[in-house]
Design a protein around this ligand. Structure first.
Ligand code: PGA
Length: 254
């Protein structure tokens, strides 16, 4: 996997059916095909599980990578409804979102996030680990602690090798889907908190490569506020990634 300066990730959540997913992927590919601005940007699209094989066909041969919105931590067995990292890899998936706040709300605790991160890394895929505080945690003044704790727990007791890559996506829970973004000074602060947490996790060992990105109501008008920051390499985009034109604007402005 090449090292890109920036990374822009689309999280389509459960918003598009298979047909729509294939159409938006095609349109995104087309709009990006002659775009010089996106040359140094890794674009990743995370469709629903059901749409992944269709979107994989559309993206084949392009520079846009395929990602998943989740995965399970076991490789095979009696796990009704789950999907393994190995199966995702077989269809060309390179990235997996883990610990998204919408999944944490459904019971994905730090211990599960940690198991998933292990499984993803062991298959050579890149985990996109989502961290972020709720409004209450913020109001109580615990934002930095919550984020540090989530980073430590997600990476607890994992042996890293130099080839591995990790993405930490800071997504304040109260901002996701709200239409408001945090200001870039605050994003810069939390990026340094995450950076310090990563230094602590690696504890002098050779670190795996990692990137820190921002997520939560990013639009073409706000993307550069985050990508211009020294410690932030990109964004995770939900709502604004559902329309190819808007998503490509985000990539162009990044
Ligand atoms: P949003 O979603 O851009 O719609 O706020 C971001 C996310 O949940 O990853």
């Amino acid at each position: 996997m090449k090292n890109y300066k920036k990374i822009i990730i689309a999280n389509w959540k459960m918003q598009l059916d298979v047909n729509q997913s294939s159409k938006v992927a095609k349109a995104t590919r087309k709009l990006l095909s002659n775009n010089k601005a996106s040359r140094d940007i890794q674009v990743v699209i995370c469709p629903s599980f059901l749409a992944m094989t269709e979107v994989a066909k559309v993206l084949k041969g392009s520079k846009i990578a395929l990602g998943a919105q989740d995965s399970f931590y076991e490789e095979r067995g009696a796990y009704t409804g789950e999907i393994s990292v190995g199966e995702l890899k077989k269809i060309g998936c390179q990235y997996v979102i883990v610990g998204h706040s919408e999944r944490r709300q459904m019971g994905e605790i730090d211990e599960i996030v940690n198991k998933k991160v292990r499984a993803i890394l062991s298959q050579g895929l890149v985990p996109i680990i989502c961290v972020g505080e709720t409004f209450d945690e913020r109001r109580e003044g615990n934002k930095d602690m919550v984020v540090m704790h989530q980073v430590y727990q997600a990476l607890h007791n994992i042996e890293f090798d130099k080839k591995q890559k990790i993405i930490i996506a800071y997504e304040p829970v109260w901002v996701i889907g709200s239409g408001q973004v945090i200001d870039s000074q605050e994003a810069a602060h939390i990026a340094s908190v995450i950076k310090q947490s990563m230094i602590d996790v690696f504890d002098g060992k050779d670190p795996a490569a990692y990137s820190i990105i921002y997520g939560g109501s990013v639009t073409p008008n706000t993307v550069a506020d985050f990508t211009k920051l020294a410690n932030m390499q990109g964004t995770l985009v939900g709502g604004a990634s559902l329309e190819a034109k808007v998503f490509v604007e985000i990539i162009k402005n990044a």
